[in-house]
Design a protein around this ligand. Structure first.
Ligand code: GTP
Ligand code: MG
Length: 284
């Protein structure tokens, strides 16, 4: 049986359609087009994948190979790479959209990529091979089933990490616990770069930071905005080639400051606009 969500919900196999009003699920219709995303699920929402990348040319063949074919749009946000990141990405993925990041940092890259995305659902994954595109279905399923924000976790049932060190794990646990205490959340993982959300919530998230604290900011703002958040089990792999851009102490400090500052900070909703250059590439 194939379930069709984000549109009317229909049973497709073995008989007449049973249509359930979309409002039952608290979602609105997009258009009459449905995409089959698995043997059991078809969705009416479009999906954009935003990939921040800085010198990841060697990893992109692996990363792009894991992306499901039903993804509508892939946006690579290039952080002024000095290797062949953009050329490799374009060769691998006809129709790829490239955003040339105007600022610095992963946070800035994601914000500019999100602003350029046209999908109903936005998924963020890393370009170093640590996040597996095959898991996108889990995030999308959580969203079409009713979540506003699907948050990857390496520390929930069925999840894991091949990569996290003892020090990072300890730091993440402390920061996650502090966040849960201050914001009444029940997160099992705070600093993980695999999330997905409905694009319509971008204004509520009002993202405005530059660095690796972006994931924390998203998690905290989603809670402050009262979004329905669902954790999704994810298995983090090791970066395949190259070295991490994250510095545990410097970036941990930025995360801590973000958690504390957000307690008293009112969110000002910025105008949603594309500030970076976007170039389309269609294969000949
Ligand atoms: N465009 C852009 N991408 C960035 C920037 N900094 C990091 N990234 C990308 O963001 C993703 C995550 O960065 P990593 O350096 O792997 O950091 P991390 O995954 O948090 O840390 P590790 O677990 O050690 O790999 C990768 O795809 C990077 O290429 C940046 O300034 N600009
Ligand atoms: Mg990484």
């Amino acid at each position: 049986m194939t379930m069709v969500l984000q549109g009317d919900v229909k049973s497709l196999a073995g008989g007449p359609f049973h249509t359930v009003p979309m409002t039952t699920y608290g979602i609105t219709a997009t258009q009459g087009k449905f995409t089959s995303v698995s043997d059991d699920l078809a969705i009416g929402a479009t999906v954009s994948v935003v990939v921040p990348a800085m010198n990841e040319a060697e990893n992109l063949p692996h990363v792009f190979a894991t992306l499901p074919r039903w993804v509508d749009e892939v946006i690579l946000v290039d952080g002024n790479s000095t290797d062949d990141t953009v050329a490799v990405a374009r060769a691998l993925r006809p129709g790829l959209r490239v955003v040339n990041q105007t600022g610095k940092g992963k946070g800035n890259a994601l914000i500019e990529g999100f602003a350029a995305a046209s999908g109903d659902i936005i998924v963020m994954i890393d370009a170093d091979g640590s996040t597996d595109g095959h898991e996108i279905i889990r995030f999308v399923s959580a969203l079409v089933a009713g979540a506003d924000f699907a948050k990857g976790s390496r520390f929930t049932s069925g999840a894991g990490s091949d990569d996290i060190s003892f020090t990072r794990s300890l730091g993440n646990t402390v920061l996650t616990t502090l966040t849960n205490w201050l914001y009444g959340t029940r997160y099992t993982d705070l600093c993980y770069g695999y999330n997905a959300f409905w694009a319509r919530h971008l204004d509520a998230l009002a993202l405005d930071c530059d660095g690796f604290e972006i994931e924390t900011l998203m998690n905290v703002r989603a809670a402050k905005a009262g979004l329905a958040i669902q954790e999704v089990p994810s298995h983090e792999r090791c970066r395949i080639h190259g070295t991490s851009n994250l510095h545990a102490v410097r970036d941990g400090w930025r995360v801590l400051k973000t958690i504390l500052r957000e307690r008293t900070r009112r969110i000002t909703v910025p105008e949603r606009r594309v500030t970076a250059t976007v170039s389309e590439h269609v294969a000949a």
